[in-house]
Design a protein around this ligand. Structure first.
Ligand code: PEP
Length: 250
């Protein structure tokens, strides 16, 4: 039985005071421990948020990125080891905003995944096609390439720790959501590619989240899809009531 997860990616939003208040509101309104709630605040909030959530059942914390090197002269960057030292157990890798604005390639992301795993962080690996890809009917090929180059060099034992987030780029922050047909179709495709590479057991146990304008209105039908195990949520994770409504959508 795969874990149900809703992860909130705050992106570059919230001061530390606002972030801690949001965590308090989510904690106050949360009543379902069967869904794992992962909060991904900006780096500088991690230690405080991890501290607040450390003994709370059903909650985990994620960083939004990590550097591929173990440490050293990389001004302004944050290592996987530093993230882990805050009590954070997860890290988002390969978000489309990182791929688009910071030029992160599949090859670089494979290095980040390896560094995260070496520091006992669970990667939430994002992939997804652009609208151009979908219009040109090459969306399956794009995602296959992202899987192959970003993840499929991992040994089975390491791959089985990874969470995948399918986030069609055209749905992120746009208010346009994938239809259940599109989401289920791609999640099923991803699972079948994992099956080909790592076998049935691992493919059936891999958690695949959907991301892209997920909200309280559309979460229920998305989460009802056979291969959708939850959501990676941006905008709607910035308000406690919206985030919790999504958590309660299974
Ligand atoms: C995201 O940032 O991962 C995301 C899915 O954003 P939004 O929910 O705002 O589309």
């Amino acid at each position: 039985m795969r874990k149900k997860i809703v992860a909130g990616n705050w992106k570059m939003n919230k001061t530390i005071a606002e972030g801690l208040q949001l965590v308090d509101e989510i904690l106050a309104g949360s009543n379902d421990d069967s869904v794992l709630k992962i909060i991904a605040p900006p780096f500088i909030h991690l230690a405080a948020v991890a501290d607040k959530l450390k003994s709370k059942e059903g909650f985990e914390v994620a960083a939004q990125n990590c550097h591929q090197a173990a440490g050293g002269a990389f001004t302004g960057e944050v290592s996987a080891e530093m993230i882990a030292s805050t009590g954070t157990n997860y890290v988002i890798i390969g978000h489309s905003e990182r791929r688009t604005y910071f030029g992160e390639t599949n090859q670089l992301l494979a290095q980040k995944v390896a560094m995260a795993l070496a520091n006992n962080l669970i990667p939430i690996f994002c992939l997804g096609e652009s609208m151009e890809d979908r219009n040109a009917n090459v969306h399956l090929e794009t995602v296959k390439q992202q899987l192959k180059e970003g993840l499929f060099s991992l040994l089975p034992a390491d791959f089985s720790k990874v969470i995948i987030a399918y986030e069609p780029v055209w749905a992120i922050g746009t208010g346009v959501t994938a239809t259940t047909h599109q989401a289920q179709g791609m999640h099923n495709f991803i699972r079948s590619e994992i099956n080909k590479k790592y076998g049935k057991d691992i493919s059936e146990n891999t958690i695949i989240l959907y991301g892209g304008s997920c909200n309280a209105e559309n979460a229920k039908e998305l989460f009802a899809c056979l291969d959708v195990d939850g959501g990676l949520v941006g905008g709607a994770s910035l308000k406690a009531n919206e985030f919790l409504a999504i958590v309660n959508s299974f």
